[in-house]
Design a protein around this ligand. Structure first.
Ligand SMILES: CC(C)(COP(=O)(O)OP(=O)(O)OC[C@H]1O[C@@H](n2cnc3c(N)ncnc32)[C@H](O)[C@@H]1OP(=O)(O)O)[C@@H](O)C(=O)NCCC(=O)NCCS
Length: 139
């Protein structure tokens, strides 16, 4: 039986192992234990893990910046995909965003990650071809 539970700093090591095994997940300094712990503290109720007994099998991060929400690091262990776990993680996050009266959420997907694009489209998300992402290395 899969449980969807709040993402706690104690889940970090298992989550990082899953992310490192997931080519669709981009990792950076923002994924250090310290940075993730701060992110979780800033965004209560938006970050979730899926567990089968005590085994972590899925993750989702989400942050709200006061204007829009951004989802990151949705990943499900390869052995447990296509069982609705990804959908359940996103639904739990969206429930909280609705309670917070957040109007819109965004996410980033690598353009060649066709499985993820299929997942997001199947769960109601839509691409924004009129937009491009621009970044700046602040520090
Ligand atoms: C994307 C991912 C999280 C989906 O997780 P999942 O638990 O398998 O997804 P679900 O079982 O909830 O799928 C819901 C629906 O999405 C669609 N979908 C999911 N994976 C799909 C795939 N590989 N191909 C086509 N459609 C897919 C289906 O419509 C599915 O419903 P169905 O199984 O009844 O047909 C998972 O494939 C994954 O971890 N990928 C690697 C990490 C990654 O790329 N994350 C995305 C970062 S943006």
């Amino acid at each position: 039986m899969i449980s969807i539970l709040p993402f706690s700093p104690e889940d970090y090591e298992d989550a990082m192992a899953l992310w490192k095994d997931s080519p669709g997940i981009g990792l950076s300094q923002a994924d250090s234990l310290e940075a993730i712990t701060e992110f979780l503290e800033r965004n209560p109720g938006l970050n979730w893990v899926a567990k089968l007994n005590k085994q972590l099998v899925g993750t989702l991060l989400c942050g709200y910046d006061g204007r829009r929400a951004y989802l990151y690091h949705l990943a499900v262990h390869p052995e447990y995909r296509r069982q609705g776990i990804g959908r359940a993680l996103v639904e739990r996050c969206l429930e909280r965003l609705k309670e917070m009266r957040v109007e819109k959420a965004h996410l980033f997907v690598y353009a060649d990650n066709q499985e993820a694009v299929a997942f997001w489209k199947a769960t109601g998300w839509y691409p924004r071809p009129e937009l491009i992402i621009m970044s700046f290395n602040v520090s």
